[in-house]
Design a protein around this ligand. Structure first.
Ligand SMILES: [Zn+2]
Length: 280
């Protein structure tokens, strides 16, 4: 089993927990951690020659152009995480179009390379967004996250598929679903993020072992802020939201280092080329 090592490049205050607490006009005033944490990810990936897919938020890219260049120069794929981390199903279709168009342009202007992929903030994808992604020149989405637990995620009902691998949504457009563990008709969240953070590494590995012959490429995701235990969440969050955002950060850093050392990777655009675009 290979891995899609994917990272949603945003800072700690971009998450849904902070939508009401830290609004866009004061993002720049916050403790900026995205560069240092992304560089940590890059060092783990580079140590084993792994190449990943980085879904970069347009707002971050605009502020940290050198960081985006650095990611691309190390051979990773640059994809889009939208511009302002808006929940897709809460936007109008025009607002969504503007958000993804801006992000694509910001990223392409920095790297000079075409951006093919998109991941919705909070996996908030919805059916109408697919046509717009196609019209705006994207080739794939990676936002379908089937799981038992989460209330904020979106879904594609028109394009229902049981596939765990990349599949075609429409001619010329593809979906890379996040990889979870099927148990009967349900899916246990195993793709990364908080689930990766919460579980002891040996349990996480048991799950990966279980998927070994059931999955060709495991689609894993993480955020740079999930490696950082220096952020003062106590000042902002309490209860479940604080746990969800800040549990086990230090261990997560070590776990990512081990995980990236233990598996070979493939970039999403290369997988598409190999398996779909070449033969069509
Ligand atoms: Zn995000």
């Amino acid at each position: 089993m290979k891995f899609f090592f994917t990272y949603d490049i945003e800072d700690w205050y971009h998450t849904a927990n902070f939508t009401e607490l830290i609004k866009r006009d004061i993002w720049s005033d916050q403790h900026q951690r995205v560069e240092v944490n992304t560089r940590k990810i890059l060092s783990y990936m580079t140590a084993k020659g792994n190449k990943g897919t980085f879904f970069v938020l347009g707002w971050v890219a605009k502020k940290y152009k050198d960081l985006v260049r650095e990611i691309a120069e190390e051979g990773h794929e640059i994809a889009s995480h939208g511009t302002h981390h808006e929940i897709v199903y809460n936007l109008s279709q025009d607002e969504f179009r503007q958000d993804i168009r801006d992000s694509k342009k910001i990223l392409e202007d920095i790297t000079g390379e075409e951006v093919l992929g998109y991941r919705a903030p909070n996996f908030s994808i919805t059916d109408w967004a697919i046509e717009i992604l196609m019209e705006e020149g994207f080739t794939y989405d990676s936002s379908v996250f089937k799981t038992l637990f989460h209330d904020r995620y979106g879904k594609l009902t028109q394009y229902e598929s049981e596939s765990r691998e990349c599949y075609k949504l429409k001619p010329g457009f593809y979906e890379f679903p996040l990889t979870n563990i099927p148990v009967g008709q349900k899916y246990f969240p195993w793709a990364g993020g908080a689930y990766f953070r919460f579980m002891p590494y040996w349990i996480y590995k048991l799950g990966l072992g279980h998927m070994k012959n059931k999955c060709e490429v495991f689609n894993f995701y993480l955020h740079p802020w999930e490696l950082d235990d220096s952020i003062h969440y106590k000042d902002h969050l309490s209860g479940f939201n604080r746990i969800r955002q800040s549990y086990n950060l230090k261990a997560c850093d070590q776990k990512l280092e081990k995980l990236t050392a233990g598996y070979q990777s493939v970039r999403m655009k290369d997988y598409l080329n190999e398996n779909f675009l070449k033969v069509e």
